[in-house]
Write a protein that binds this ligand. Structure first.
Ligand code: HEC
Ligand code: HEC
Length: 277
């Protein structure tokens, strides 16, 4: 005999694929998402698909309406709605975000990790939402703010940056690099000692989190030197200059189906990945 619960699960998937074609309700393993509010109640309705259907429609329609109406901050305060948003985001994240940020937001070379507490643009749920609404484009000029660092200063400042990541920035060995850091006005974006004073899209240089790591096995110092030498998103005559780091997060306002509600859903999910503030 076919398991009634299996049938119900199949029915649920099928039904919701029709009803909410863009909102995935399974986690990809075929298992109905665990922790989905009210799942245990389903058993009570085993014999009656119609009752179940009506129950589910009202259950989720209500939640979807709330997601649409509430601010991300308020959704975050509502535990049940928050779990619902997280549970219904996984496949969506896989389809629209993981290509760049990797599954679970683990990050790929060139793309920031979303599952840590190291934020370029801030880790509040509102800032995460804004990233998807507007997109994000980081900018760093080549060879310092004025582009006037000599080759020697470039080498020195690279040594200083490597030292900062190891907590050795104050070591006398790096005095020349620190001076080049000041001359290049790196502090305007990265902060006086490698830590941005406010989230403006520039990295914290005092941690061990490197975004531009090049190909597997590449030398970190060389990669850091290249970032400083060619900058981030540097254009000349409308074209990226050779060697510049292209780092661009598109806006998802037009890209995501049902963006109004799905951006909020994903903001809650990303916030919950581990590093939300
Ligand atoms: C085409 C590649 C690409 C896709 C697809 C993409 N992102 Fe991004 N995302 C980026 C890049 C690159 C950055 C960093 C931009 C910068 O340099 O400032 C970024 C930055 C972010 C940030 C800010 C991170 C921080 O540290 O402050 C968030 C949040 C974010 N993305 C979420 C998402 C979500 C959610 C999705 C799916 C809807 C998504 N991204 C899809 C490339 C992408
Ligand atoms: C106008 C702002 C700005 C200035 C000035 C600036 N940077 Fe950056 N820097 C950025 C942004 C934006 C990024 C890319 C986002 C990120 O860090 O992931 C970046 C990235 C980097 C990285 C790569 C970090 C990584 O994780 O791979 C290094 C190294 C770096 N900057 C060093 C410097 C040094 C040294 C100077 C001065 C010579 C400098 N920056 C000047 C904004 C700036």
């Amino acid at each position: 005999m076919v398991d009634a619960v299996f049938l119900l699960r199949f029915y649920n998937d099928y039904f919701y694929t029709l009803y909410y074609p863009t909102i995935p309700l399974t986690d990809g393993t075929g298992e109905f998402t665990k922790g989905m509010a009210g799942w245990t109640q389903v058993e009570e309705y085993q014999d009656d698909f119609t009752v179940l259907k009506n129950w589910r429609v009202s259950k989720f329609a209500d939640k979807e309406e709330k997601l649409a109406a509430m601010s991300v901050e308020d959704i975050l305060k509502d535990e049940e709605l928050k779990s619902y948003a997280v549970a219904t985001s996984k496949v969506l994240f896989g389809d629209y975000c993981a290509g760049c940020h990797a599954a679970g937001g683990a990050g790929n070379p060139n793309f920031p990790i979303l599952a840590d507490d190291d934020w370029l643009w801030g880790g509040s749920v509102k800032q995460i939402e804004t990233a998807m609404v507007n997109g994000r484009i980081g900018n760093m000029p080549a060879k310092g703010m004025m582009g006037n660092l000599s080759e020697q200063e470039m080498q020195d400042v690279t040594d200083y940056v490597m030292a900062l990541s190891e907590g050795k920035g104050e070591d006398v060995a790096f005095t020349a690099g620190k001076a080049a850091y000041t001359k290049g006005m790196c502090l305007a974006c990265h902060g006086p000692a490698g830590k941005p004073l406010a989230p403006t899209g520039s990295a914290n240089l005092t941690d061990q989190v490197w975004r531009f790591t090049g190909l597997p096995g590449a030398d970190l110092r060389t990669e850091a030197y290249n970032t400083i030498a060619y900058g981030v998103n540097v254009k000349k005559d409308g074209q990226y200059i050779a060697g510049t780091r292209q780092a661009y997060m598109p806006s998802f306002k037009e890209r995501l189906p049902d963006a109004d509600v799905n951006i909020k859903r994903l903001a809650i999910y990303v916030h919950a990945l581990g590093g939300g503030q």
